[in-house]
Design a protein around this ligand. Structure first.
Ligand code: PLP
Length: 412
């Protein structure tokens, strides 16, 4: 007979999971929940990167027209139409040579990229590399999923600072050879969340060369690729094509409709790249994945085929970044990001500024410290590179952003 007291202390079944820190939004709630905003102001949330721009009406129409398909289990490989639309978009967007991307070999859909990015660590991290615990590299600040995936897959996450001095891009090649030899997987994001830095074709080519030299899987998270100011951000597949290299081994790129088409709740994206890795990726999905419903594949297919809404969406962000430049001008190290939809503002003490903005202006932002950890490469300072910053998600319409930016300028 099992006594009640045996349940008194919860067991951590997998001790690795104890290493997963609290998610940034949980930390934010802990920071702000005990504090009240001014009663006279409507709260504005600029903490979450959830686009509030409209999405095309045809999304609802297609979901409705295909509603009879909700009764079917959807295939993990998606539909042929979806794969072809994604492949055609890649070719158009990155000017790839005909034949480089075959829809059925090089594309696998995912129900949003977060889970797919997470799952990739289980494909890419072996039990050992160079006789030791494998390493997963990522930029610092980083999208939290990368770190969680590294820990869950049994790797040591190493956080490579991406500071203003280096254009907010991490220098992976500058790491000690002992780290690179143990590296099984690199997560890299361009345009970067949160700083909006964009990697050049040269940067991407060097990173791809590094992945081959040290035999690691390279994940390039391009989910902000369609939100930019100026030239379209290059992609990793384009970098391969630019040097006439159509060997995609070890490379996976991730694209999402969440930011491109403002349908974060539709949960639709895709992974493209190394056909052998994608085969394993699909197999893993067959065991434990959760593919998008068929009506979602149908709507997503139409979204990847349509550019009008993407052009209009991008123009709204450009207007809002122009507005931010006017309102914040030279304060807080303001710069217009090359891509993505965040401001990354140097306010001296990001956590203190977050509290000020909530209690005096009813604005929520995310302290940069919640997106960073102290550099553990052995090359950097012990400080967390986000401590001085706040991340401001420019996701609301222009009128709301005008109000929010004015409140930020007045408060800090
Ligand atoms: C850098 C980055 N990658 C991936 C994602 C995941 O997006 P989704 O799962 O909606 O495709 C996000 C979402 O915020 C993100 O910021």
């Amino acid at each position: 007979m099992i006594s009640k007291t045996q349940f008194a202390t919860p067991q951590i079944v997998n001790p690795r999971m104890a290493g997963l820190p609290d998610y940034p939004f949980e930390r934010l709630r802990r920071l702000l929940d005990p504090l009240a905003p001014p009663a006279a102001l409507d709260p504005i949330a600029l903490s979450l990167g959830e686009p509030q721009h409209p999405y095309p009406d045809f999304v609802g129409e297609i979901l409705h027209a295909n509603r009879h398909l909700y009764g079917k289990y959807p295939p993990v490989a998606g539909t042929p139409e979806f794969r072809q639309a994604a492949a055609d978009w890649l070719v158009r967007r990155y000017d790839l040579p005909q034949g480089m991307i075959e829809a059925d070999r090089h594309i696998v859909p995912c129900a949003g990229t977060r889970e797919a990015l997470f799952r990739t660590a289980f494909l890419a991290v072996p039990p050992e590399k160079a006789g030791r615990q494998p390493v997963v590299l990522m930029p610092n600040p980083f999208y939290q999923c990368y770190a969680g995936a590294a820990i869950a897959a049994g790797a040591e996450p190493i956080f490579v600072s991406a500071l203003a001095e280096t254009g907010f891009l991490p220098d992976f090649a500058g790491l000690d050879d002992s780290i690179l030899a143990r590296t099984a997987l690199v997560y890299f994001c361009t345009p970067a969340n949160p700083q909006g830095a964009v990697a050049s074709l040269d940067y991407l080519n060097n990173l791809i060369a590094l992945s081959r030299q040290y035999n690691f899987t390279l994940v390039v998270d391009e989910c902000y690729a369609e939100i930019y100011n100026g030239a379209p951000p290059p992609g990793a597949l384009q970098a391969c094509a630019a040097i006439g290299d159509q060997d995609l081994s070890g490379l996976l790129v991730f694209h999402s409709l969440s930011k491109r088409s403002n349908v974060a709740g539709l949960r639709s994206g895709f992974v493209a790249g190394d056909p052998d890795l994608l085969k394993l990726f699909r197999r893993l999905s067959e065991y434990g994945g959760n593919p998008s419903p068929l009506p979602v594949y149908a709507a997503a297919t139409a979204l990847w085929r349509d550019e009008d809404h993407v052009v209009a969406n991008r123009a709204l962000y450009v207007e809002k970044f122009d507005l931010a430049e006017r309102v914040l001008s030279n304060r807080f190290g303001f710069y217009k990001p090359k891509g993505g939809f965040f401001l990354w503002l140097d306010v001296g003490d990001g956590e203190a500024a977050t509290v000020e903005l909530w209690t005096r202006a009813a604005i929520t932002v995310l302290p940069g410290a919640y997106l960073t950890v102290p550099d553990n490469t052995g090359n950097g300072s012990d400080d967390s590179p986000g401590n001085r910053y706040i991340r401001v998600a420019m996701v609301h319409d222009k009128a709301v952003m005008e109000d929010a930016l004015a409140r930020i300028a007045q408060t800090l």
